[in-house]
Design a protein around this ligand. Structure first.
Ligand code: NOJ
Length: 534
């Protein structure tokens, strides 16, 4: 019997932008509860909630100030418990986004580490180091968000390490007491009943104790990086991504499993992608993980899918998590389609997500085919947007509120939304799409149902069929069932020779049109077709 999470479909709720039940303009946990019927109606297996703990929100919850609590904007612990119970009553799993590599600088652990000085009981709970003799930072490590990954604190006459904002000090996982305190967070929420976790920046728990400098990224490789932030100018080999990091991940996974064999933990691996496979195997590390290879791809070429699976090929027993969209990257249909983003393209990309091998993550609104929102500078809330304006508007364009109904604030709130609803989302609301049998939403429901009913799509191995760009083709196979999956990545019709598909049954669930004639198949622009092989 395979674990429930293998091949499951998880719906990623970005709580602040999902549904505001209280009229303060911020999405909240009662809001998620109010929309649980909608989530259940999609046919997904569970949800993962963006961070819910109290936070000064410098990085919107990814800077936790109290791991035991619930952010006041989102409700109280009882609201969380009600949501959890209601989800479980519907058979939906609930996963939390746990951010344990760093804390907020307002977390009492950090405050004590700072104020207790170099000999206090929590002195080493964070990564402190002396300045160099010339007064500069301890080494060359760069923050992901740009600039040195070190902040000087006169109180200790030392720098502390921060991989992200300076308000997100890195917890020292080499310090046994700090490590145990972080692991206890998992115990607490598992004992409250959650089914598992999405683990933030899972490659970053351990740093090199000798503080060795990071090597640069070769100049000719820099352009392919999505965020041309200063942090991406070097390879993060010594501040993060250490081979022994797998030991920490292993400890996390064991801790999670100690609360029951059906608990699940998957990690985010945003650097050194090839390591994701090594960090998540049946023997060691987390259950699963996702990388940014497909999240950052911008060209609609089949190569990005192939590249992703190539990075995983060294670890044939690794079970990946698949994600094309989340709260950190431009929305899929706009990333690949730009101004030509169309409902057809949105459907094809959704079909691709659900057909690939892995546990699938749907980001809220992806099922609606939502395009990226454009915001003015004074509307931005993400610190990254401010740092890199106007080159990169940051991450707010994919974080705007869910469009529920036509009318004021697209039904998200009765108040003033914390981030404006997107004018690009008018006409794409849930209510409107529910009335249209051809909508992206209607297709998403069919696609999820198709996957649910097919062991091959849920659990099968993936073998690419050798077809030329712009057609991506692969077969998913599991215990006697084989489904061929074909995608026309171009906006023109394509005919493909496919003698291996002769005699196959074309399934009714498809995006666009497909026409199978003997050994060839015609695909309409941006079509996605599925065939059951004899
Ligand atoms: C990854 C999260 O997805 C992102 O939103 C956050 O800024 C960083 N980790 C830092 O926690």
């Amino acid at each position: 019997m395979e674990p429930w999470w293998k091949g499951a479909v998880l719906y990623h709720v970005y709580v602040r932008s999902f549904f505001d039940s209280g009229g303060d303009g911020h999405g909240d946990l009662p809001g998620v509860l109010a929309k649980l019927d909608y989530i259940e109606g999609l046919g997904v297996d569970g949800i993962w909630l963006s961070p819910i703990h109290p936070s000064p929100n410098r990085d919107w919850g990814y800077d936790v100030a109290d791991y035991a609590g619930v952010q006041a904007d989102y409700g109280a612990l009882e609201d969380f418990q009600r949501l959890l119970d209601a989800a479980h009553a519907r058979g939906l799993k609930v996963l939390l986004d746990e951010v344990l590599s760093h804390t907020s600088d307002e977390h009492p652990w950090f405050v004590e580490s700072l104020t207790g000085g170099q000999t206090g009981p929590k002195a080493d709970w964070y990564v402190w180091a002396d300045p160099k003799d010339d007064g500069t930072a301890p080494n060359n490590w760069l923050s992901v968000f740009g600039g040195p990954a070190w902040a000087y604190q006169p109180k200790r006459r030392q720098h502390y390490h921060h991989k992200f904002l300076r308000q997100q000090p890195k917890l020292n996982w080499r310090e046994p007491a700090a490590r145990e305190a972080a692991l206890s967070v998992l115990d607490l929420w598992l004992s409250r009943g959650v089914d598992g976790f999405r683990l933030d920046v899972a490659g970053t728990f351990l740093h090199d104790a000798a503080l060795t400098d990071n090597p640069p990224v070769p100049v000719d490789e820099r352009t392919r990086l999505h965020w041309s932030h200063a942090g991406n100018l070097q390879r993060h080999l010594h501040d993060s991504n250490l081979p022994e990091n797998v030991g920490v991940l292993d400890a996390i996974r064991r801790r999670v499993e100690s609360h029951g064999p059906d608990r699940f933990v998957f990690g985010e691996f945003s650097e050194e992608e090839a390591r994701c496979g090594a960090y998540c195997t049946p023997e060691e590390g987390l259950h699963s993980g996702y990388t940014f290879v497909m999240l950052l791809a911008r060209k609609l070429e089949t190569a990005f899918v192939r590249e992703h699976y190539r990075t995983l090929a060294d670890h044939p027993f690794h079970w990946p998590t698949i994600s094309l969209s989340n709260h950190d990257v431009p929305r899929t249909v706009s990333r690949f389609g730009g101004k030509d983003a169309s409902p057809e393209l949105a459907k094809m990309l959704f079909a691709l997500l659900l057909a690939l091998k892995g546990t699938a993550l749907i980001y809220q609104g992806e099922e609606l085919g939502l395009p990226q929102a454009s915001l003015a500078r004074d509307q931005l809330r993400d610190p990254v947007g401010d740092l890199y304006w106007p080159y990169d508007g940051g991450r707010d364009g994919c974080r705007t509120p869910m469009p529920w109904t036509p009318g004021p604030n697209l039904g998200f709130t009765d108040g003033t939304p914390w981030l404006p609803t997107a004018r690009e989302h008018a006409g794409l609301t849930v209510a409107e799409q529910e009335r249209d049998p051809d909508s992206a939403l209607a297709f998403a429901r069919q696609m999820i149902a198709l996957r649910k009913a097919s062991p091959a799509l849920r659990l099968g191995e993936l073998e690419f069929l050798e077809k030329d760009e712009p057609v991506l083709a692969f077969v998913r196979r599991h215990e006697g069932e084989a489904i061929a999956c074909l995608f026309n990545f171009s906006d023109a019709p394509r005919f493909v020779d496919a003698p291996e598909l002769a005699g196959a049954e074309l399934l009714a669930v498809r995006a666009g049109d497909a026409d199978l004639r003997g050994g060839s198949i015609g695909l309409s622009p941006h079509a996605a077709a599925f065939l059951r092989l004899a």
